[in-house]
Design a protein. Structure first.
Length: 271
């Protein structure tokens, strides 16, 4: 490895890796503020998983946002903001596209106080699978129009388009043309039988955020114990050996046991 890790005290990984180590805001069964307080001395970045619907919303109020900002300043934390999942930026219905962009813009405006490291966005297909839409051109153009609105309110580099279940080449031109960043979800690659190494070769220079989670019996978002042998070591080595570039690696899991197991595995490979 081209970097050094020295453990002291409780062998914390905070500020010890060649990237900002993160996890999600849903590790303990509590609200955003309690999760951030629990994680503040364990990781460098927290992915705020936000949603808003007619039935339920976890969007933080002003007092919560002030508390999140204070904890970030005190503990050298950054936040990545995962924009709402129930958005359809390439939908055939223009009103659905417009409402989806509006929802993303509300979250961007709401969280501006936190100065997020990045915003994570999904370019959802009309359906799951290798081809995201029966009308690919319309779907792609819908995303172009959506991006044009979004980057009026956020720096293009801070908008990270996540790899999903279809070939990323289908949206690569959009990412490049608007100078967006990539969110490389290695767990999705494993789930869909795609070699992570090929995606790293192609997209790492443009990648600002990586998501990492294991796959077990066809289910993802498992602990790092469920990664293929050697993958974690190879990934950490690769991120530590290239040109210095600020990145976040988010261990994208959603329970305390999986987080503890994942952090212990990271510690062991760095000994």
């Amino acid at each position: 490895m081209s970097f050094e890790v020295t453990f002291k005290g409780d062998a914390s990984l905070k500020n010890r890796l060649p990237f900002r180590l993160g996890t999600t805001s849903y590790i303990i069964p509590a609200d955003l503020k309690a999760n951030v307080a629990f994680l503040a001395d364990k990781v460098d970045d927290i992915e705020l998983v936000l949603f808003e619907s007619h039935e339920i919303s976890n969007l933080p109020d002003a007092a919560t946002l002030r508390a999140l900002k204070e904890m970030a300043d005190r503990h050298d934390l950054t936040y990545t903001v995962h924009l709402p999942l129930d958005t359809w930026l390439g939908h055939a219905d223009a009103s659905v596209r417009r409402q989806s962009v509006d929802k993303c813009l509300r979250v961007i405006e709401l969280t501006a106080l936190l100065n997020p490291f990045a915003y994570i966005i999904h370019f959802h297909g009309d359906h799951r699978g290798e081809s995201p839409s029966p009308d690919l051109l319309r779907w792609q153009e819908g995303h172009r129009h959506a991006v044009e609105r979004l980057i009026q309110n956020v720096s293009p580099e801070d908008l990270c388009v996540e790899t999903l279940d279809y070939p990323y080449q289908l949206i690569e031109d959009i990412v490049v043309d608007y100078q967006l960043s990539v969110c490389l979800d290695i767990g999705h690659h494993l789930l869909n039988g795609v070699a992570p190494e090929a995606c790293l070769d192609r997209y790492l220079p443009r990648t600002r955020v990586l998501h990492l989670h294991g796959v077990e019996e066809g289910h993802d978002h498992r602990s790092l114990a469920c990664l293929p042998d050697g993958l974690l070591t190879a990934l950490v080595n690769r991120l530590g050996s290239g040109p210095e570039k600020p990145r976040v690696l988010t261990v994208e899991i959603f329970d305390e046991e999986a987080l503890n197991q994942s952090l212990n595995i990271l510690r062991r490979i760095l000994q």
